[in-house]
Design a protein around this ligand. Structure first.
Ligand code: PLP
Length: 415
């Protein structure tokens, strides 16, 4: 059957589909597959228990059924938006109203709306693009545009750190914001690297965005105030030129598909109109479950006291295992500053990262090849084929077995 241009674009192979397929197989595959690939958050027992109790209470009170039995408006559940406004105004000096927030079916859905709103084909044959000032960037952005060639990315500066670690920084000298850029977008903490852009980097990007009259999109899926999987002390950033995206997924509710967008009222109105056409309204179950946690601010307490320390510990254990087991001098780990991943760099590896992914998959270990994380980078750079992303959120025993398989293969390849 012939498909439209849109159909052909969205039915072809994509990194994000490969990743989600692997994730699904890993989740269902039991002990045979070690799933250190996708972005699934951990099942943290106390969070799991709290959410289970909460759902039971909401069920008993008839609230879950009310939510399931009704549509919300295209902007999303009013009570949840009100509670978020109150929470953010108490935490920060952002002076938000309900016109500044809308909900989506996961933040992935918000990025699809945003990228197609701010980039693609414009009148008089003009084209606009989304600029990723710091590659590598999140794999899920790569195909989220109905137009071709929507993304442009800039190579980072690399700072070598002690203990086989390194950190990426924005190369402001290489950043050229031309007239065809419709928005700047960064994830902070960054998926895949666990990098956290410094306050100075964010301030500079904010200034550049304002100078060029384009928004700065900050993807805060792992950031503060929830789920707060961020190990650096940095300032949360928002002003009316920022589009800040959050999610309930990494708090422990990826199946609820709830994304949160904070922006100026004009953007929120446009996004809500899009939402009405694309989805009628965003799902209400995530907002209903999270509402009591946001109203009581328990969401902050759980994020600070349970979620953040849980992942920080996991990250430290995984780094220790990797540095003990991989013997090559060519091995580097990006400094772990947040999110659920370690970004591993194998300098001058004799095979590409995609071949490494396939060989590991044959041995029952799923990771993600790094080459997918450079959307918009139109440069021949060997580094793009020398890295992999490893999710450290799974059970310690799974992570350790996975790292052993990885180390054995990498040591053999370098030998
Ligand atoms: N942004 C980043 C950086 C992510 O890592 C993810 C998921 O892994 C998303 C956005 C999308 O998350 P969701 O659609 O579950 O909110």
């Amino acid at each position: 059957m012939p498909y439209s241009t849109f159909g052909n674009k969205f039915t072809q192979h994509s990194g994000i589909n490969e990743l989600m397929d692997d994730l699904n197989k890993g989740v269902k595959g039991g002990d045979d597959i070690l799933m250190l690939g996708g972005g699934n958050p951990a099942t943290i027992p106390s969070i799991h228990q709290r959410l289970t109790n909460l759902m039971q209470e909401l069920l008993d009170q008839g609230k879950l059924m009310d939510t399931l039995g009704n549509y919300d408006g295209p902007q999303g559940k009013d009570a949840f938006i009100n509670a978020l406004v109150e929470l953010f105004n108490e935490l920060y000096d952002w002076n938000l109203s309900t016109d500044n927030i809308m909900l989506t079916n996961g933040s992935q859905n918000a990025f699809f709306y945003l990228f197609n709103l701010l980039a693609g084909d414009f009148s008089q044959g003009k084209k606009r693009k989304i600029l990723f000032p710091l590659a590598p960037e999140y794999i899920g952005y790569a195909d989220a545009s109905v137009s071709e060639d929507t993304f442009v990315a800039v190579r980072p500066k690399i700072t070598e750190l002690p203990n086989q670690q390194f950190k990426y920084h924005v190369d402001f000298d290489a950043l050229n914001i031309t007239d065809d850029i419709g928005a700047i977008c960064v994830s902070r903490p960054t998926n895949p690297t666990g990098n956290v852009l410094t306050d100075t980097e964010i301030e500079k990007l904010d200034k550049l965005a304002k100078q060029h009259n384009i928004p700065l999109i900050i993807d805060n899926a792992y950031g503060t105030p929830f789920p707060n999987i961020i190990y650096e002390e940095v300032k949360p950033h928002f002003n009316l030129n920022t589009i800040l995206c959050l999610s309930l997924s990494k708090f422990g509710l990826p199946g609820a598909r709830c994304g949160i967008v904070i922006a100026n009222p004009e953007v929120i109105k446009a996004m809500s109109n899009l939402s009405g056409i694309m989805a009628l309204s965003p799902g209400g179950i995530g907002p209903e479950i999270a509402l009591p946690l946001v109203e009581s601010k328990e969401i902050i307490e759980l994020s600070d006291q349970v979620i953040r320390p849980f992942y920080k510990h996991k990250s430290e254990v995984a780094i220790k295992l990797l540095t003990e087991k991989i013997h090559s001098e060519n091995f580097r780990i990006h400094k772990s500053e947040g999110a659920l991943f370690l970004w591993l760099w194998f300098k001058d590896l004799p095979i590409t990262s995609h071949e490494l992914y396939q060989r590991l998959k044959d041995k029952g270990l799923i990771v993600v090849s790094g080459h997918y994380f450079f959307p918009g980078l139109d440069q021949d750079w060997p580094h793009t084929n020398e890295c992999i992303r490893l999710n450290y959120a799974q059970d310690s025993e799974v992570v350790e077995r996975g790292i052993t398989i990885l180390a054995d293969l990498v040591n053999e390849l370098y030998a």
